[in-house]
Write a protein that binds this ligand. Sequence first.
Ligand code: SF4
Length: 369
Amino acid sequence: MIPIAEALLDWYACHGRHDLPWRQSRDPYHLWLAEIMLQQTQVESARPYYARFLQALPSWQALAAAAQDQVLALWSGLGYYARARNAQRAAQEVVTRFGGHFPNTLEAAVTLPGVGRSTAAAVLASAFGHRQAILDANARRVLIRSHAIDADPKAAATQQWLWTLASALTPEDAHGYNQAIQDLGAMICTPRQPRCVACPLVDRCLAHAQGRSHALPAIVNKAPKPQRCAFFLLVVDTEGQILLEKRPDSGIWGGLWCLPQAAPDGGAFPVLCSGTLHPLEDTPAVRQSLQAAWSRRLGLNLQLRALEEEQQHVFTHFQLRFRCVHARVWGSAVADSAATLRWHRPADALAQGLPTPIRRILRERSGGC
Ligand code: SF4
């Protein structure tokens, strides 16, 4: 066997995370769901979501047929909601195109929405015993360090080289090896504090030999994230219900329920505000444009009241700065005026699929904020 694989498998046998719930199963649905949840989420954060999701939607068929609101509510808090929407589309395709079975070739598996090469390979190796290499963030970091690869890890040429390397190193027992390299990256060869003294590869690791374990993977200078600004409307009717708006399926927070949003100029979408001195300042002009925009769009007679302190939420490509605006509604609040607008009792609102910062605002309010 290839020496690195042997060392990793020996280490995994003693130290691996064999108790992870998705490792108790070889069912492709379970394995695929775990891979999707773990794409941008730590194991401990994903664990309760995985259990709840499987309990509510235990099969490809159940997920394919579920209401999107249910899927997003089950995903609410995990972030990167495109994963949830793609997961449901993938389940629908598994049912309609593949007869309810995860496709058993890499070429077919990567045609499913949200399933990249590494995700497909992980499922094929564990569910069907295929010799398929993975290259998730943990495996990539281990390979880059153990082979002292200096190049930009995101560059296409580096990716290609890493895939070639990963494929060459992966043994017949890809199922065990893939889990071993994932665990080594998560437990020992961690991003900031690699514990080389406890690593089974320490004798053959080039980064360690060169004293550069902390310096790899190379950090390519990143431009600062642009800032966008928005206000969120927290309006409560005379019965204590909160108005939520369903966001379009595509884009940030796609398909989730959210507080109605407006830019400082009254526009519907957050505006770029990098370099602006006080983009979310509480001025009569800003209040006027917000009140006019929301009253018109929501069909409500609103009176704006207090503005909360500014908060921030960081997305992959930009930073959102926002303030929550409290408002009262005059007269009898209109009935839900469109499929995308709905009044909710506070407990019902919290049971919807909500973006994390909106959930926080509503929780604070229900706690007496
Ligand atoms: S020796 Fe250190 S840097 Fe090299 S693979 Fe192990 S933990 Fe990572």
